[in-house]
Design a protein around this ligand. Structure first.
Ligand SMILES: *Cc1c(COP(=O)(O)O)cnc(C)c1O
Length: 406
């Protein structure tokens, strides 16, 4: 008898985005002329920059010529891209990351989801609340949790991100082995200071734990005091891996390209307590299960590091940040407490109501779609997430509508 992995039956159904879609379609069925504005999406809307597009086309053309054709590339990514990443994203910021520490992949979702495969089943996992669901669900699938009861999985350590701690949780009293952190955060938009990250690095070092640092929104950081990489924190290389993606940075959500950084110093331990380099372990896993990102996509990704590419990428992010500023300022002026939106594309709004009740109110009275915070975890109750990934006119119009109904 072919038997299923019973851990899949523990997974709580994620009703969040399907419920939103259902509520919107019910509303539009009743109000066919309603001009809905979607501020719920976690996807980019602007097209690829000209620099990326040109490199993408050139890469495709090379594949059509016998002299420049390429088949399988290196599983870890082409050297030109790994060198560009190491130089521009890390060395230039004083973080000594080498090209050989970088693994190019087709997404940070897959990387953050797959990385837990390297570890024992009985390790203790800590996740933020509210959370990017991938961190939790992949550990549920792997059998590292008990059942889902009272909106949480038994056996996980939840790191409450609340108004009291400024949505940046501190290390827990319990001993966690694997810690997921995400800054700038999705969904709260919060960023962590050097001091706050240093506290996590100290914790990981003293308890021989590992930090999985998701920096998918790094490009949105504009405050020079905020670290853009965990490797700006001294002592972090032994205890942290970092996930980055071209998705939000350069509009690659449909193109697919990301990378994972595992410094050669970073280790985990075998049963006997002997240190094992994680880079070697991941290299074994990656080369066994993955055959590389396509050549034109890696050419397009590398184009963000050219002078024109840097300028164009920055302009795109500035545009979204301009939207975020409009949203944040308007809601603040209406008396709402907001987090995020200055170094992040997300604004986390304290509604003073139930998340879904506030969502329904914005939909029915202003025809605006947001994301209820309670869908991201218990600590999201009473909040909504507003996304700045839309065009300026729609964002401005949406804020006018909200002002009118408040
Ligand atoms: C969008 C996002 C990513 C990027 O995922 P890709 O698979 O690279 O598109 C990673 N982490 C978080 C928290 C995100 O919101």
């Amino acid at each position: 008898m072919i038997q299923i992995n019973e851990n899949y039956s523990k997974l709580a159904s994620s009703y969040l985005f399907s419920t939103i879609a259902q509520k919107v379609s019910e509303y539009t069925a009743k109000n066919p002329n309603a001009a809905i504005i979607r501020l719920g999406i976690g996807d980019v809307t602007l097209p690829l920059s000209p620099a990326c597009l040109e490199a993408f086309h050139a890469g495709v053309s090379e594949l059509g010529d016998e002299k420049t054709f390429r088949g399988y590339g290196p599983e870890q990514g082409y050297d030109f891209l790994r060198q560009d990443i190491a130089r521009n994203d890390f060395l230039s910021r004083g973080a000594g990351i080498e090209a050989s520490d970088i693994f190019v992949s087709d997404g940070a979702k897959c990387d953050t989801g797959n990385f837990q495969e390297l570890f024992a089943r009985d390790i203790k996992i800590a996740v933020p609340d509210p959370v990017y669901p991938v961190y939790v669900d992949t550990n549920v699938m792997a059998g590292r949790t008990g059942p889902f009861t009272q909106d949480r999985y038994e056996g996980l350590i939840y790191l409450d991100s609340t108004e009291e701690n400024g949505f940046v949780p501190r290390p827990p009293k319990e001993k966690a082995d694997l810690i997921y952190l995400c800054f700038p955060n999705n969904p709260t938009g919060a960023v962590a200071t050097r001091k706050q990250l240093a506290e996590w690095v100290d914790y990981a070092r003293s308890s021989k734990a590992l930090i999985l640092f998701d920096a998918a929104y790094e490009a949105f950081i504009r405050d020079p005091e905020i670290p853009r990489s965990i490797y700006e924190i001294p002592g972090s290389k032994e205890v942290a891996v970092e996930f980055r993606s071209f998705s939000k940075t350069a509009g690659f959500t449909g193109v697919r390209c990301a990378f994972l950084v595992i410094p050669k110093e970073c280790t985990a331990f075998d049963k006997a307590g002997k240190a094992v380099p994680l880079r070697d372990l991941w290299n074994r896993r990656h080369t066994t299960k993955f055959n590389g990102v396509s050549y034109p996509v890696q050419k397009a990704a590398a184009a963000i590091y050219t002078p024109e590419g840097k300028k164009q990428t920055r302009e795109i992010i500035d545009y979204y940040l301009g939207n975020a500023k409009i949203i944040r300022e308007k809601l603040t002026s209406l008396g709402f407490t907001c987090t995020g939106g200055d170094n992040s594309p997300y604004i986390w709004v304290k509604t003073g109501k139930d998340s879904w009740e506030f969502f329904d109110m914005l939909l029915s009275k202003a025809q605006i779609v947001t994301t209820p915070g309670s869908g991201f975890g218990r600590c999201g109750a009473g909040y909504i997430r507003i996304s700045a990934f839309n065009n300026r006119e729609k964002v401005t119009e949406a804020m006018e509508r909200i002002a009118k109904i408040m």
